[in-house]
Design a protein around this ligand. Structure first.
Ligand code: SAM
Ligand code: SF4
Length: 386
């Protein structure tokens, strides 16, 4: 798999926490505001937090930047430009840095794509979610399928690289319907697709409906069939999964997300952002204030919005490495796990999981989860980490 050299990869995640409306399935840190947002004030706060965070992580060269949300495509291009300039001013930035912006595929947002490219964005990730209007309506989306596909076409003409997201295992979706939708999606995708199974998140309107029996998601057998269809079609079209939900042509993986899954360092900037920084040889798990205006005031007063800065011990560090790394098709190097935790993975547990067909050990010694193991990944990780 390609991507930035893991030994030198360093990512910066920037969170824009606002959306035009709240989708009923979403539990991301996203907020709707009816008054205009003072983008200049936010841009100054982002720059300030970047400066403070860079002072704690000097000497890194940024290999990827991800502007996520919320809906970052609601930002004016000059706001994005100001954030990228601040990153370039306070950290070194690699010549081939990947700069991704998450965009909602409405026509208004697509008109800003050229401005984002001029500001330094070189990759977009579009939240298409479904390719038919009734499904989009049921998901509470503000765009039609036509509008989304038009935005994809604009992304294709403006950016060298783009990806889009679909949500599957939606209510009443059959494997045949999904197979058809997925093949259409692949014909629109050049190098990368994110395919998420609908998750019913606690506290969302979908959770309430689901609990009341008014929203029925596919049962386990259908969910498994949908997953298998996804793997089969994507592999056949040259977009194999490189992570549980992410598919790419070899070499076109999202380098920023690889930073998380390979357990490399990244800075988290903005409301509710998470970071992992190695300071004096110890890994810090850092989180910022989630509420946008409270984050803003905290940054203005103290220079950053940090509300949690936990030092991970070797066991926690190793467990996180396992949890994230096993999501990847490339798997993990068990020797790195042993070096982080101070103990090897239990060979008896490995043997049992291997006999069950949930994992494999390749000739180069890497431990990988199989296609049968991915649907029960949490149990596999729990077993190995025990
Ligand atoms: C941070 S969201 C935001 C992107 C952008 N705001 C949008 O909605 O188009 C990233 C992706 O997570 C996925 N997602 C969010 N909530 C989900 C859920 N409950 N189940 C499955 N996928 C979900 C969607 O595909 C979404 O595009
Ligand atoms: S637009 Fe995206 S981030 Fe905002 S509420 Fe919908 S899914 Fe969540």
């Amino acid at each position: 798999m390609s991507g930035a050299d893991p030994a030198t990869a360093f990512g910066v995640y920037v969170h824009w926490p606002f959306c035009l409306s709240k989708c009923p399935y979403c539990d991301f840190n996203s907020h709707v505001r009816h008054a205009p947002i003072d983008e200049e004030r936010f841009a100054r706060a982002f720059a300030r937090e970047i400066e403070t965070t860079a002072a704690r992580s000097r000497g890194r060269t940024v290999s990827s930047i991800f502007l996520g949300g919320g809906t970052p495509s609601l930002m004016q291009p000059q706001t994005v430009g100001a954030i990228l300039d601040a990153i370039g001013k306070h950290w070194g930035v690699g010549g081939d840095v990947e700069v991704t912006l998450e965009a909602n595929p409405t026509s208004v947002e697509a008109t800003r794509f050229r401005g984002y490219r001029a500001a330094g964005v070189n990759r977009v990730s579009l939240g298409v979610q479904a390719l038919d209007d009734p499904s989009l309506k049921a998901l509470g989306r503000l765009h039609t399928a036509r509008e989304a596909l038009d935005a994809v076409a604009i992304a294709r003409s403006v950016f060298g690289r783009y990806s889009f997201d679909l949500i599957y295992a939606r209510p009443d979706q059959t494997p045949v319907m999904w197979a058809e939708e997925l093949q259409r999606a692949i014909s629109e995708a050049v190098e990368h697709l994110s395919l998420y199974q609908l998750t019913i998140e606690e506290g969302t309107p979908f959770f309430g409906l689901h609990t009341a029996g008014k929203l029925k998601t596919p049962n386990e057998a259908i969910a498994r069939a949908l997953y298998d269809v996804t793997q089969e079609i994507c592999t056949r079209h040259g977009l194999p999964a490189y992570e549980v939900s992410n598919h790419a042509r070899p070499g076109a993986e999202c380098r920023h997300n690889l930073v998380y899954w390979r357990g490399e360092e990244y800075a988290g900037i903005g409301p509710g952002a998470h970071g992992r920084l190695d300071i004096d040889g110890i890994r810090h798990a850092i989180a910022t204030e989630k509420r946008p205006e409270a984050w803003l005031m905290r940054v203005e007063a103290t220079g950053d919005g940090v509300v949690a800065d936990d030092l991970l011990n070797s066991e926690e560090r190793a467990d996180e490495f396992l949890l994230m790394g096993l999501r990847l098709r490339e798997g993990i190097d068990p020797q790195r796990y042993a070096a982080l935790s101070g103990r090897s993975l239990d060979p008896r547990r490995i043997a049992i999981l291997r006999d069950e067909g949930a994992i494999t050990i390749s000739t180069d010694g890497r431990l990988r989860v199989t296609q049968d193991g991915f649907p029960v990944l949490d149990a596999v990780v729990a077993d190995l980490a025990a």
